[in-house]
Design a protein around this ligand. Sequence first.
Ligand SMILES: Cc1cc2nc3c(=O)[nH]c(=O)nc-3n(C[C@H](O)[C@H](O)[C@H](O)COP(=O)(O)O)c2cc1C
Length: 455
Amino acid sequence: MTHKKQIILGAYLGGVNNQTLWGLPEAGSQIEFSSFEHTARTAERGKFDFFFLAEGLALRERGGKIFDQDIIGRPDTFTVLASLAAVTEHLGLAGTINVTFNEPYELARQFASLDHLSGGRAAWNIVTSFDAFTGQNFRRGGFLPRSQRYERAAESLALVRELWDSWAEDEVVADKGTGQFVRSGDVGAFQHTGSQFDVHGRFTLPRSPQGQPVILQAGVSEQGRDFAAANSDAIFSPFNHLPEAQEYYSDIRRRAVAAGRDADDVKLLPGGAFVLGDTDQEAQDKARWVRDQQVTPQTARVLLETVWNRDLSDFDPDGPLPTFEPAVDAPSFIQGRARLDSDLQGWADRLRAVQAEKKLTAREVVVDQFTRTEFVGTPERVAGQLDDFVQSGGSDGFIIGSHLVPTGLDEFVDRVVPLLQERGSLRAEYQGSTLRDNLGLPVPERRHVRASATV
Ligand SMILES: Cc1cc2nc3c(=O)[nH]c(=O)nc-3n(C[C@H](O)[C@H](O)[C@H](O)COP(=O)(O)O)c2cc1C
């Protein structure tokens, strides 16, 4: 029997934003524990590899005021993931945490703690920032030039890994007879001097069940790709259409080999949204309705403001796109939202080309270009699409999100998961107890050479 490539699945819960239809009668809270619990338990029922949280460290603004269609009220990642550790058994717990604003010592402690508390299920999705607006919320402000974001990320991750490795596996003796707790008086010693950090001391926690929590990364620049290929176990990618996904996949594999790793060491996991129906037509109609609901007139204006970089409060989105040009050199009108493209003029021109080609209103252009519902159809069709995508080298799996929180994932688990299992592409049972076990990742060898403590 040929062994099919196994699909890796993550479950994404994004917070109130223009993707989630929080106004539907059946939509629930995106901040109460019960919503996180329901989604995580559902993902575990569907044998997903992990639950995934994104992170937003500032409320986004337009013209100095928040816009409440966008990411609002995401609770703290570690608190949520730690609480989910108590109500799940096998599910990995992946948190997006910004490496720019956090110190390596804190990061190492937080993820090692989560790994201990969850019995080896922690994963860190590393993101960086050069956004001074977001930086204002932190004690150091927007201190990091764009060119240095991955330099800090690489040094930070290397240091975090050193801290995770600072206790030997057998360091804790805990001999109740002799009263000896640790093997030597020299545990956890570290010393690090680099361009971004100058720290030394002792790490406070014994080695965690996974040795090193799993590393994910999200970022698509040249530097981001090199960083991910050299350092991450998996990438949260925005490329969920073939063939660009295949090109990205090949590119990352090439970079992994250039960094001295095996091409298979880095898994690719694009985000994916789905809409199911009893017939393909029903699903297409529903997907169209979801996209229309996601792009209210106000959301259309805000998304166009990210391109035109000016106040479009008086703009009628049911007419054509603005005929005036984007304010390319003005300070950013939208704050706290990563621009998908820094070439605003080119972006506006592309939107105009879509408008002309498809004969759309401005709002329809936004629906066409800014919304994502990739997997649409009957459960059979969606299972086939997901499987074919993975088997044809588009990715190793998906991070699945739904427009409906917290119950949207239920129908995926009830209707699509069994079909993926029948196809032999998704496990019927968890293989091991840690996230590394389930992803097939070995526990990394401990690389630490004990530093002499200089305390
Ligand atoms: C798929 C995807 C998801 C992301 N999710 C987050 C997130 O949840 N929080 C965040 O602060 N940044 C997020 N980012 C933004 C980037 O990680 C961050 O801005 C990074 O610096 C961009 O990297 P790049 O310059 O290499 O593209 C995401 C980026 C991508 C591509």
